[in-house]
Ligand binder design. Structure first.
Ligand SMILES: [Zn+2]
Length: 315
């Protein structure tokens, strides 16, 4: 699950071959999984990193053909020694278990889908007041839990794990030299879905700013084409969220309004099919704004709350 908050991002002319390894550099290949959709673009990108000792980054959905494609991409001299997972969404993590069983490689990730949540999100989840949970792989269990900044090494490469909660609480990006595997946190083709309680906009913004401190030449995202100007893309994503925040603050008034109504006032040109995703993003913003004291819900914070501005007073 990647998501697309109903944002207008021109679909680039990107049509990778499905199930065939494309060599991006002598020790990096990309295989596109056969799971294209409006939420996953052309399909999940699985990366094979290394010349001899291979780390598979995001094995992908539970799909026998994709497992076969990964195995067929290997040369006789190559061996899968590590499995790295950016986050536990059904289009990224489920195949990790099968691949681990077949190869003996261990699964490295931040944690399960419950790990890394803030107390607000934990509370919203436990009381069922956030709904959400789209595309979560609730069975996912890494063998090795990576703390922020952990390094993973083979005789030929070193990767640093950067915890980037926001799209999900357990999302990590992986830095390898001057490139970063950016998962669903930063993609070129669309903005990420941020759907509470797994998605957290406050964390998402902090993670964008955190990544700005890691200079990189290239990002390899979980979906879509290589990002050649990561600095500009990060700035764009931050600006986009700030623009959305301003729209929401301009729309909330001193009269309590619910999320569907706010969403329809803000996403005027958005296709009905995408409005639900847009509502999830508006909810994510409202939780963030409530945490900063700029809006307040009537009663307990929930997806059904009506929200009012704490600043505006009608005459
Ligand atoms: Zn995702």
């Amino acid at each position: 699950m990647v998501g697309n908050e109903g944002e207008v991002t021109p679909v680039p002319n990107y049509n990778p071959p499905v199930g065939l390894a494309e060599w991006l550099s002598p020790d990096l290949a990309r295989i596109t999984a056969p799971n294209p959709s409006p939420m996953t673009f052309r399909g999940t990108n699985t990366y094979l990193l290394g010349a001899q000792y291979i780390a598979v980054i995001d094995p992908g959905p539970m799909d026998a053909a994709h497992l076969q494609a990964i195995k067929e991409a290997l040369k006789p001299s190559q061996q899968i020694t590590h499995i790295l997972v950016t986050h536990s969404h059904l289009d990224h993590s489920p195949l990790a278990t099968l691949l681990a069983q077949e190869t003996g490689a261990q699964i490295h990730a931040f944690g399960t889908h419950l790990d890394g949540r803030t107390s607000i999100m934990t509370q919203l989840a436990q009381t069922g007041r956030a709904h959400g949970g789209e595309g979560i792989d609730s069975h996912f269990r890494p063998d090795i839990r990576l703390p922020d900044g952990a390094t993973i090494t083979s005789p030929e490469w070193q990767v640093t794990a950067i915890w980037t909660p926001g799209h999900t609480a357990n999302h990590m990006c992986f830095q390898w030299g001057d490139v970063i595997f950016s998962g669903d946190h930063v993609m070129g083709w669309a903005t990420s879905l941020v759907s509470p309680p797994d998605g957290d906009l406050t964390a998402f913004m902090a993670s964008c700013r955190k990544l700005q401190a890691y200079p990189a030449r290239t990002y390899y995202p979980g979906h879509g084409e290589v990002i050649d100007d990561p600095k500009a893309r990060l700035a764009e994503l931050i600006d986009h969220r700030l623009m959305r925040e301003t729209q929401i603050l301009n729309t909330v008034s001193d009269r309590p309004t619910n999320i569907p109504s706010l969403t329809r006032q803000i996403y005027v040109d958005t296709d009905t099919a995408l409005l639900r995703a847009a509502e999830r993003n508006v909810f994510a913003h409202l939780i963030d704004l409530a945490g900063r004291g700029l809006v307040e819900p009537d009663g307990e914070l929930s997806v059904q709350s009506h929200f009012r501005s704490t600043r505006k007073k009608s005459a």
